[in-house]
Write a protein that binds this ligand. Structure first.
Ligand code: OOG
Ligand code: NI
Length: 436
């Protein structure tokens, strides 16, 4: 077939369409975008080295477009269907997150582009959670929830036809891609109506607020859409100055000279009106959707992640300087095998046979590879702060399993460490080739 649209272009169009829709649905999201844009401009003006590094790595251009969304689905069939929708946009499931230890009856993956060039073209990602219905204690309610979920269709016939078309023909032509973006967007829209009556909604809510959010509505409405800031402390301060109900603390690692992994903060869910199905039911209120911002730092190797987890545990125990043993200099992080790097050109010409030599001779310079994924502890904190206190059980005895999730998904999730390692090696190869 001639003239198919690149998946990255479909992904970028979808990300922009989602942003416009969410802005209309949740006006405070527009305020967040303003705050983040202003903070990012200030940071780049103040830190020309960072500006140059982001330009050289291709991240400067993507910064203003960068978003992650979050959705929750009810069944394996829904998860598989969405995996096919995301595949049309070049997004694959990366990583496995078990939220059961935090008392949240879901497990999750992130759909995203996997290749550095694809990420630079459009880094749009969607944290996608699957309800673990077996954790609903009440057997009658569990069966009722399963029946409700079995009866709903979260992807329209028109969208599904375009997914099948893309699978069959290896892509979509421009007019088809445009229709696909519009049709897929509908799956994630807040529709202001339930598919259950008010009494059922209340019963689901009493089981767990998240169960109501997943089961009671026509589909997986987008529950937040998160822009990326270069200084989350400044953005958080501005949110508070404007009187937004921001979370008291920032999730993730403390502020550092070399940002690592992911730091996030959110403001509380808004209350939205919906119409239950019972003929005499009055409109009711549902709180699920919220605003979030994040700052992304260096991707850590397995050794770096293990050290991070040990530091985090010490911080949890109340230790003041829990991260003191974590190097805060990028060269040290790279040389100690704690963080992944990319190798950017300098203006010094020269040839080298190894990346080590090229670094030593100053022909290339080190920069962090940006962390493209999520953190289970932070995700749990984000879920919890937006469910309202007292909602979640402390934890579920039955933890999730990656194997069970992959069976539901119908394929394996990709290992993020393998992707970062490949990106680092590719960067080294390309850097040496440029010198030669
Ligand atoms: C997802 C929460 C996780 C993040 O940024 O860690 C998340 C959800 O609330 O559905 O989005
Ligand atoms: Ni999020």
């Amino acid at each position: 077939m001639d003239q198919t649209v690149a998946p990255a272009a479909i992904r970028a169009a979808f990300s922009a369409a989602m942003s416009a829709m969410y802005r209309a649905e949740v006006p405070l999201y527009g305020d967040l975008l303003e705050i983040v844009a202003a903070v990012n401009d200030t940071v780049l003006a103040r830190d020309p080295d960072l500006d140059r590094q982001l330009s050289a790595s291709g991240e400067h251009a993507r910064l203003g477009e960068e978003r992650h969304g979050a959705i929750r689905v009810g069944t394996a069939a829904e998860l598989q269907l969405l995996a096919r929708v995301f595949a049309v946009m070049g997004m694959a499931p990366v990583g496995y997150y078990d939220l059961a230890p935090a008392g949240i009856p879901v497990h999750s993956t992130a759909f995203r582009a996997t290749d550095p060039a694809e990420l630079a073209a459009s880094p749009f990602r969607v944290f996608t959670s699957l309800l673990r219905l077996e954790l609903i204690g009440d057997a009658a309610l569990r069966e009722q929830a399963a029946a409700i979920l079995a009866g709903r269709r979260i992807v329209s016939e028109a969208c599904l036809a375009l997914v099948e078309q893309a699978e069959r023909e290896g892509g979509l032509r421009p007019s088809q891609a445009e229709r696909f973006v519009a049709a897929a967007l509908e799956t994630f829209r807040w529709q202001g109506r339930a598919i259950v009556d008010a009494a059922t909604y209340q019963a689901l809510l009493a089981q767990h607020r998240l169960v109501a959010d997943i089961v009671a509505f026509p589909g997986p409405h987008i529950n937040h859409l998160t822009p990326r800031t270069l200084d989350i402390d400044a953005a958080q301060a501005e949110m508070q100055r404007r009187g937004m109900a921001a979370k008291a603390s920032i999730e993730g690692p403390p502020r550092r000279a070399v940002p690592i992994l992911l730091r996030q903060t959110s403001f509380h869910a808004l209350s939205e009106t919906f119409v239950p199905t019972g003929g005499n039911d009055a409109p009711a209120q549902h709180t699920a959707r919220f605003g979030e911002i994040e700052q992304r730092g260096a991707a850590l190797t397995p050794a770096g992640r293990a050290l991070y987890d040990r530091c985090l545990a010490r911080a949890g125990d109340g230790e003041d300087d829990a991260f003191a043993t974590f190097p805060d200099d990028f060269t040290a992080l790279y040389e100690q095998g704690l963080a992944y790097a990319q190798f950017l050109p300098t203006d010094r010409p020269g040839r080298a046979t190894s990346i080590g030599q090229a670094l030593a001779d100053g022909f290339v310079t080190l920069a962090p590879l940006t962390y493209e994924d999520f953190l289970p502890v932070s995700a749990a904190g984000i879920f919890r702060s937006n469910l309202g206190a007292g909602d979640a059980a402390d934890s579920y005895a039955a933890g999730g399993s990656q194997a069970a999730f992959e069976e539901a998904l119908g394929r394996a999730v990709l290992d993020p460490f393998v992707l970062y390692q490949a990106a680092q090696e590719r960067s080294a190869t390309e850097a040496l080739a440029r010198l030669a």
